[in-house]
Design a binder for this molecule. Sequence first.
Ligand code: NAP
Length: 242
Amino acid sequence: MRYALVTGGSRGIGRAICTSLAKDGFYVIINYNSNTEEAERTLAMVSENGGSGEIMQFDVASQEAADKALQAWQERNEGKYIHVLVNNAGIRKDALVMWMKNEEWHDVLNTNLNSFFYITRFLIKDMLVNKFGRIINVVSLSGIKGLPGQANYSAAKGGVIAATKALAQEIAKKNVTVNAVAPGFIRTDMTKDLDEGQLKMMIPMGRFGKPEEVAAAVRFLASDEASYITGSVINVNGGLYT
Ligand code: NAP
């Protein structure tokens, strides 16, 4: 049995990742922050797809909360470890820099970037000891190209991309790969306030993506077939220039 932790697995892209990893036989640990009902729904979908798993509440922006939940999991599951970590939880709080409040900057950096550090550092130890692991970071077109109104989000996602490349080189010899998947515009709760009709005109494929289309790339990177891919960023954006 292989274990996968998906942060932000209760909704959107994270939920699609949980169900697609379930199809590959993973035991899926579904992290979420506040939406227990939706996390339970994801767990039911994991079961419907032939998998098993559990839900795990903690705020990824809090090192203390992450350490406590992961430590407790390790104590309950002696001799087991998490083989695949998908750092997916994220938020956006858009504002022009001139008007951006301190908390809009810090909340987005804490949830999207610092979480990567807290959770990855905790879990890589076991991956290194066992000489197998997969770390997959869900980043964004915004972190590659930069998008106006998203300096906080672009900085956070760009930071994760750079950390992906650095960490990949640190631990490649131990058979632990580190990659990123960069979605463009995907139809989820995160994008429901955007003007899809207007934005899709910029997208060569003429539509927003589906969460399952991002999950397919994550599923591949988590698989044995992706064993020689590390430090890469896979764009899933319908042909938007990156
Ligand atoms: P979403 O529908 O808004 O779902 C966000 C998920 O993250 C939820 O499961 C939420 O849990 C969880 N979450 C948020 N803050 C958290 C925290 N502090 N601790 C733990 N979990 C937290 O978002 P999405 O569109 O699926 O986005 C998933 C990832 O893809 C994010 O990293 C996002 O930046 C990235 N992305 C999305 C798009 C897009 O177009 N949708 C494009 C590029 C990149 P609760 O249910 O408990 O709130």
